[in-house]
Write a protein that binds this ligand. Structure first.
Ligand SMILES: Cc1cc2nc3c(=O)[nH]c(=O)nc-3n(C[C@H](O)[C@H](O)[C@H](O)COP(=O)(O)O)c2cc1C
Length: 155
């Protein structure tokens, strides 16, 4: 089996970046990630990003290098980079959720956490993992119910 790593970082979106630009960003990221066999999740929380990227080490490193130079965000803080036995986001070239800061706090059981001005530079790996895992559970549920709704309509 090929070795896999997972990398998580947080960053603040640039002043000129607006939420409505996220679909374009995701489109670009998903095409490139499919090519590089990368999977992951991108959260957008009140003007900040938290992203998990997973795949083969060289690919993750290379793409993270590109992402880190991207002018659409600043204050990039690497939170973890570690070997993983299996992908947490298998089949998702980049899932995404926009959360408001209170909602994000609720997902980690600390309502106020993401309302502070400094969390982006201080987010630790435990909180980041808890947040990503709770957000991805929601994402899965929403996608599944979306599919069922679509099936229901057609029936
Ligand atoms: C918050 C954020 C997340 C991004 N995520 C990815 C990603 O998962 N994969 C990817 O290839 N590019 C991602 N990008 C885009 C890259 O930074 C870069 O624009 C893209 O890889 C194209 O680079 P190139 O013009 O050098 O080919 C992201 C950019 C931002 C600002």
């Amino acid at each position: 089996m090929k070795p896999l790593i997972s990398l998580i970082y947080a960053s603040r979106s640039a002043e000129h970046f607006h939420e409505h630009e996220i679909p374009d960003l995701l489109k670009q990221a998903r095409l490139a990630n499919a090519k590089h066999e990368l999977t992951g999740m991108l959260l957008y929380i009140g003007g900040a990003f938290v992203q998990a990227l997973e795949g083969q080490p060289a690919m993750v490193e290379a793409v993270f290098g590109t992402i880190a130079r991207d002018k659409r965000h600043t204050q990039i803080a690497l939170i973890t980079k570690e070997a993983i036995a299996e992908r947490a986001y298998e089949g998702w070239t980049m899932s995404h959720k926009t959360l408001d800061p209170v909602e994000a706090g609720e997902l980690i059981g600390e309502t106020e956490y993401f309302t502070s001005a400094i969390w982006v530079t201080q987010l630790d790996s435990n909180r980041a993992k808890k947040l990503l895992s709770a957000a991805s559970m929601r994402w899965k549920i929403e996608h599944r119910s979306g599919k069922y709704r679509a099936l229901g309509r057609g029936a």
